[in-house]
Write a protein that binds this ligand. Sequence first.
Ligand code: ZN
Ligand code: ZN
Length: 429
Amino acid sequence: MTDDSGTHHDAKDAFQTPGDDLLAELEEAYKDLHANPELSMQEHRTAGIAAKWLKDCGYEVTEGVGGTGVVGLLRNGDGPTVLLRADMDALPIEESTELPYASEATGTDRFGQETAIAHLCGHDMHVVWLMGATRMLAEDRDAWKGTVMAVFQPGEETAEGARAMIADGMVKRFPKPDVTLGQHVMPLSAGQIGWRVGTMLSAGDSWEVKLFGRGAHGSMPQKSVDPVVMAASAVMRLQGVVSREVAMTDSAVVTVGTLRAGMSENVIPDHALLRLNVRTFKDQVRDRVLGAVKRILEAEATASGAPKEPEFSVLSEHPVTRNDEVATRKTVATLEARFGADRVQEIEPATASEDFGLFGAAWDVPVVFWVVGGIDPDRYAEAEKAGKVDELPANHAPDFAPVIHPTLQTGVETMLAAAGAWLAPGAKA
Ligand code: ZN
Ligand code: ZN
């Protein structure tokens, strides 16, 4: 838009940085969420906090979308609709940070196992980022026009949440957005913002595989089909998939994260359990790797003389996160104008995975997803100097803990600036 003086105006020009009072409030909320994490699809308390916050800010709030999902609408005149998303779930891992607000929570995971629970992927940070941005948008309604749709999503880690919200009528119940915007805290230097066009995050496929043997006394292996040896052989053979079946110019990860069999040293058990995770960037590579994994597990069972074929079940499927070129460049231009080019860097695709892209796919609208650093800048610079960046705690590590400052403020500002790139300017802009 152009005013009388010929100056270019976006809604972004009107948004200020969050004030100290709001930042203090968000810091309290962050510590509270961090100390009270909830597992995927069980985010009742967190969803309640998000819903109350949105109501207090004047949003039209719908709770219980796809389980614990919360959608807040702020209609503010004619203009584009912008979907802003935060995921809410924590992980079944024991935290080792020793922070004063570290989690001591425990619960039951989706396999029925008792487990420690902790926010070791930073979704607690995502929640307060979106809380901050939604409050500022509500308080500064003269600065923009359009509709803000805030989405607090359950179950990202298990790839259940976005699907559950969509299955619960998301597309029909809420206005079609012009763009879907999401962000994640990552082990970049805090205050830094990372983006790319096209493939941003890998596809992630998780399977559970049950291998069947025949149990026997530990002293009589001739009477058994030993599933421990079968599983061990399969795990080693799986290491050849990436090295022998994936081209040098492509990439993939095959990780066996769970390997379980037997209870006693002198009993050969009758089955073994594997849970494995595959990451890929291309559909053809995904098909090839998943096909090879299945082939090898079946063949190892045959080679061992297993009484029964292995059983496969899908635990989760995250699609590739692909950033729309035009929409991403438009958003990044605003982020660069707001933060300066030295804080906004183009990055390599990450092997992390997300279900965020399913919202864009459901409405057939652009996806824009970026990452925000959470590592103390001095610590990051030191690690970089020593060539030890890979030793910094990353998401899902027991000691992953973003520094609150400036991570919290940065994520509020990035969400706000990105939304401002899309919303129409208001009277004050
Ligand atoms: Zn995660
Ligand atoms: Zn995450």
